[in-house]
Design a protein around this ligand. Structure first.
Ligand SMILES: [Zn+2]
Length: 503
């Protein structure tokens, strides 16, 4: 009796472990969604980036969510009965959230498309992206167009995808159609203060924006603005010295001077006064996309923030990585708007980012068919603009930021935490209990050459400005809602991530 009882007690932990194992660690019914066929497991690493700092320990994931985070000294699991993926020294961070990507689906899938764009995202450690309302066809400017977007995304996305709606004159002047677009679930709106280059996405003036702000305030969703305006004195995007030297990047730069950004931001900050506490548009928020001018434009934004306006700003890795002086003649892969400016401006952008005056980063991934970049002709004035970079934003930010001493926590803030806040994604953006398990695992010291031998998973590698460079910071694994969607060059066989609509 005595010995039998002792025997049972000895076996008890084993029995419990079996129960635990069979209850929680069973294989998923559809393992095609994930390269790791478990719905309850631990990720361990010496470097786990959490809102409370970087720890050595483990993260417990169950049914797509993060259920515990344990420091190494307090972590006691039996590896015989628990699935543990140990990444050793590699960095485990919240997945990147890219608030500015153009996947062009439906309608221009020869440019990108949801499957190829989200595969690139997964390979680059981006676990959520917010799709811009252009350059798909139609543009996402109505409830009906949003429905087409969601249909196009369903079952075809490897990372989660949310949607910005377009603010255009037609819906800015018609509160009902704007409300229908917001009710249908866009996470916020985007507008252009210069011609967008897409016919069904006309530009808005500051008067249109003013008209829309009270509606956005009621819905508490942000307006993202492409802040450049045409200047009165020339009124057209042509250089003073004609097209003789259209292969020179400096010619293109003259067509879009920093004063265009400055003038737009000047107009915008007269409107954002109303977003302060007690203002007529309190609750609305204005976000300036892809800031390039780090001089007067940035100072205007800083002043507005100091006054209490609800305003944020992003820049992109290409403005932090490249300088106008270094862009080779005819290399139209580098054409984007606003343009990449001089090296001194780039240094000021880094200062502003490190100092917290620039809130976050985004890719502004905007591919097109290679023919449209006119790579043979090299004419900067005629080539289609847009930098293709979605998969390279993590290594690019890390590679160019290392000399400024950037930290993993800063990367998580610029690429996960702040973007999640802008887009209203309350259960994303941090490795925290209760959040969805959106995680990137990467190796900061691993360097690689982006040449033809490198498996880039990019639809049009010939147009990416990063091809040909050597980067550090290799993505090993990407988890979306607990599904291992990318691992060392391979993607899950099914696209099981989700379209995200505002609820
Ligand atoms: Zn864009």
């Amino acid at each position: 009796m005595e010995s039998g009882k002792r025997g049972f007690l000895t076996l008890l932990p084993l029995l419990l472990s079996f129960l635990f194992y069979f209850d929680f660690s069973k294989k998923l019914p559809s393992s095609d969604c994930s390269l790791l066929p478990h719905n309850h497991y631990w990720i361990a690493s010496k470097h786990i980036v959490t809102p409370n700092g970087t720890i050595s320990g483990a993260v417990e994931i169950k049914q797509g969510g993060i259920i515990s985070i344990v420091a190494e000294e307090n972590w006691h699991v039996n590896p015989w009965f628990t699935t543990v993926v140990n990444y050793g020294e590699a960095v485990v961070m919240p997945g990147f959230i890219d608030v500015h990507a153009h996947l062009d689906d439906p309608g221009r899938t020869e440019w990108e498309g949801f499957p190829s764009g989200t595969k690139a995202a997964a390979a680059g450690g981006v676990t959520t992206l917010i799709d811009m309302p252009l350059n798909s066809a139609p543009s996402t400017v109505s409830e009906e167009a949003l429905k087409l977007k969601v249909q196009a995304a369903e079952g075809r996305v490897y990372v989660d995808v949310g949607f910005w709606g377009g603010l255009v004159p037609e819906n800015a002047e018609n509160a009902t159609s704007l409300e229908r677009l917001l009710d249908a679930g866009v996470l916020g709106l985007k507008s252009f203060m210069v011609p967008s280059g897409i016919n069904d996405f006309p530009m808005t003036t500051s008067a249109h924006i003013k008209e829309a702000l009270p509606t956005l305030a009621r819905y508490k969703r942000p307006l993202l603005v492409h802040a450049e305006v045409l200047l009165d004195h020339d009124g057209k995007l042509e250089p003073e010295d004609g097209v003789d030297n259209a292969r020179s990047y400096s010619t293109y730069l003259k067509t879009r001077p920093a004063s265009m950004e400055e003038a737009a931001i000047n107009q915008l900050i007269t409107l954002t006064k109303e977003t302060r506490a007690g203002g007529s548009a309190e609750g609305a928020h204005l976000h300036i996309v892809h800031l390039s001018d780090a001089r007067t434009s940035l100072n205007l934004i800083k002043e507005a923030k100091r006054r209490g306006d609800s305003i944020t700003v992003e820049t992109c890795p290409h403005y932090l990585a490249f300088a106008a002086e270094d862009i080779p003649d005819g290399d139209t892969r580098f054409k984007c708007a606003p343009p990449i400016r001089d090296a001194a401006n780039k240094e000021k952008l880094w200062d502003a980012l490190l100092g917290g005056d620039i809130d976050m980063l985004s890719s502004d991934h905007s591919p097109a068919e290679p023919e449209m970049k006119l790579l043979d002709e090299g004419n900067f004035l005629k080539a289609w603009g847009g930098i293709s970079s979605l998969q390279f934003v993590l290594p690019a930010t890390w590679t160019y930021g290392r000399k400024y001493g950037i930290t993993f926590e800063q990367l998580a803030s610029w690429w996960s935490e702040k973007p999640a806040k802008l887009a209203g994604l309350n259960t994303k953006g941090a490795i925290a209990i209760g959040n969805q398990a959106d995680i990137v695992v990467w190796e900061p010291d691993l360097e690689f050459d982006l040449d033809n031998d490198y498996p880039v998973h990019v639809k049009h590698p010939s147009i990416s400005a990063y091809m040909g460079s050597r980067l550090a910071g290799k993505v090993l694994a990407t988890f979306v809602r607990g599904n291992l969607v990318y691992k060392e060059g391979n993607h899950a066989s099914l696209a099981c991530a989700l379209p995200i609509l505002h609820r």
